[in-house]
Design a protein around this ligand. Structure first.
Ligand SMILES: [Zn+2]
Length: 433
C-alpha cells in the first residue's frame, strides 16, 4: 500500500527572511526527511535493516507507527527503490532540510541581537529564548553557583574527547552525602538541542521555586540532591553549531575508519553491542569498539559509581524527539521486576505533561514502545548502577520540526516536561521515602 506522496510545503521557506550568512549551507542541499509507515513485520525488519547506513531521525518502533529518515542526493534513489519494492508507504516530511537550517540560524541571529540589548548582568535573562553554546552553558553554571551559593555546586567530572570540561550542577537545600539523588543527563546526542535547554531550564526552575517558597519545589529541594549534567557531549554539540547541524554522535576518531564518532547512547556497558547497534563505524548507531570507549560516557558512569552508588534513586536521560517517556528494558522485550512501579510513575508524569499545553507523550517500556537499542544509558543506570527509577525522556516534537525545534518552543517544552518530572518526583518521595 502506497500513501500518495504528500509534500508538506515548509512554511519556513516562505517566511524565511534572508540574513547575511557567510556559512556554507551547500552540504544540506538535497537533504529531505521522509516519513515511512511499516504495516507488517516484513516491512518493519526491512526498515531496521536500513539503519546501518541511513540516518533515522526517528527509529522504526512499531508496526503501524511512523519512522522518519533522512535521505541524501546520493542515496535517495536507492532508498526509494528499496521502499517501493517492499511496498512501504512514505510521505515527504521535510522537503528542504537546508531551508530549515537556514531559518533556524536566521531566527537565532535575530534573537541574539534583541537579547544583546536586553541583557544586563543576569545571564538567565533571555537564556531560554534561544539555544545556547557550550561557553554560555558553562557561564550559566558559574552564575547560578554565584547567585545561589548555598544551593548550587558546580562539579567537574572529566573531559571530552576534544578536551572540553565536563561539568554538572549539584542542586539541593542542605546538600550532603546522604540525600537520595536525582540524576538528570542532558545533551548526550549532539543535535538534540532542546535536551540541554530543558535541563538547564529545569535547574533554574528549582532554584527560583525554592527562593519563592513554592511548596512542591521546597519539598523536592529538601528531600533530594539533584545532579544535573547539562551537556554530556559538548564536542558533538559545538560541531552542530559550527559545522553540521545534524550531527548525532561524539567526535572521537576511529582507528578502523575515517568516519568520526560513536553513538554515546549505545556505548554504556550493559548488554553493550546487542540489538539496535551497528558494527559499521560510519553508522549513526555505532556503539564503539568497546563499552565506555567514549570519555564522556566513561566519565559520567565513573562519577555515578564512585560518588552516588547506593543513593541514586532516579536517572533521567533527556533526548528528542518523538514525545516519549520510556523505561527499561531497552535491550530485551522481557519486563524488569520493577515494571509496574516504573509504569505507574511514567503514566503519572505523562498525564501531568499533557495538562499545560495538551501535548501527548507516549509512555512505556522501551522495547514495547520502540525496537531494541542495547547499550543505552537507562539500561545501564537500572541494570548496572541499580538506580530503581530509570527513564529516557524524548521531548518535543512529533516530527514536524524534528531536531530543529524552533526556539519559541523551548520554554513551553521545558514547562510541560518539568511539570511531569516534578509530579513524578513528588510521588516517588511519597511512595518510597
Ligand atoms: Zn537522543
Amino acid at each position: 500500500m502506497m500513501i500518495s506522496p504528500k509534500i508538506l510545503i515548509p512554511i519556513f521557506s516562505l517566511l524565511c527572511i534572508v540574513f547575511a550568512n557567510n556559512e556554507n549551507l551547500s552540504e544540506y542541499d538535497g537533504l529531505k526527511v521522509i516519513r515511512v509507515l511499516p504495516v507488517n513485520h516484513f516491512q518493519m525488519i526491512s526498515l531496521l535493516n536500513l539503519e546501518d547506513d541511513i540516518d533515522f531521525w526517528r527509529r522504526p518502533d512499531q508496526i503501524n507507527r511512523f519512522a522518519d529518515l533522512m535521505i541524501t542526493p546520493n542515496n535517495s534513489q536507492r532508498v526509494m527503490q528499496y521502499l517501493s519494492s517492499r511496498n512501504i508507504g512514505y510521505e515527504i516530511l521535510i522537503d528542504n532540510v537546508r531551508a530549515i537550517v537556514q531559518n533556524e540560524r536566521n531566527q537565532m541571529a535575530k534573537i541574539r541581537k534583541q537579547l544583546e540589548m536586553l541583557r544586563g548582568s543576569d545571564i538567565t535573562v533571555g537564556f531560554w529564548q534561544s539555544y545556547q553554546r557550550y561557553e554560555a552553558i558553562e557561564n550559566l553554571m558559574n552564575d547560578l553557583q554565584d547567585k545561589y551559593p548555598n544551593l548550587v555546586h558546580k562539579i567537574n567530572f572529566g573531559k571530552s574527547f576534544e578536551g572540553r570540561e565536563l561539568n554538572l550542577m549539584r542542586i539541593g537545600a542542605n546538600s550532603n552525602e546522604k540525600k537520595p539523588v536525582i540524576f538528570i543527563e542532558g545533551g548526550i546526542h549532539a543535535r538534540e538541542w532542546i535536551s540541554t535547554a530543558f535541563v538547564t531550564h529545569f535547574a533554574n526552575r528549582l532554584l527560583i521555586g525554592y527562593e519563592n517558597h513554592e511548596e512542591d519545589i521546597k519539598t523536592l529541594m529538601e528531600t533530594f540532591d539533584f545532579y544535573i549534567v547539562p551537556l554530556l557531549n559538548p564536542d558533538g554539540y559545538e560541531y552542530t553549531h559550527t559545522k553540521y547541524r545534524l550531527w548525532r554522535k561524539t567526535r572521537s576518531t576511529q582507528k578502523s575508519s575515517s568516519c568520526f564518532g560513536v553513538d554515546p547512547n549505545r556505548n554504556f556497558g550493559y548488554e553493550w553491542g546487542g540489538e539496535g547497534t551497528s558494527s559499521n563505524p560510519c553508522s549513526e548507531i555505532y556503539p564503539g569498539t568497546k563499552a565506555f570507549s567514549e570519555p564522556e560516557v566513561k566519565a559520567e558512569t565513573d562519577y555515578i559509581m564512585n560518588n552516588l552508588a547506593g543513593r541514586a534513586l532516579v536517572y533521567v536521560a533527556v533526548h528528542s524527539y518523538g514525545q516519549y517517556l520510556l523505561y527499561p528494558w531497552g535491550w530485551t522485550d522481557k519486563p524488569t521486576p520493577d515494571n509496574d512501579r516504573l509504569d505507574s510513575m511514567a503514566k503519572l508524569a505523562t498525564e501531568e505533561m499533557a495538562k499545560r499545553y495538551s501535548s501527548k507523550y507516549i509512555y512505556g517500556m522501551s522495547t514495547k514502545v520502540l525496537y531494541a537499542a542495547a547499550g543505552a544509558g537507562d539500561d545501564w543506570a537500572y541494570g548496572s548502577a541499580s538506580i530503581p527509577y530509570s527513564y529516557t525522556l524524548e521531548l518535543r516534537d512529533e516530527g514536524y520540526y524534528g531536531f530543529q525545534l524552533p526556539p519559541e518552543q523551548i520554554i513551553p517544552t521545558s514547562e510541560e516536561a518539568g511539570d511531569g518530572l516534578i509530579a513524578m518526583l513528588l510521588a516517588i518521595q511519597k511512595n518510597d521515602l
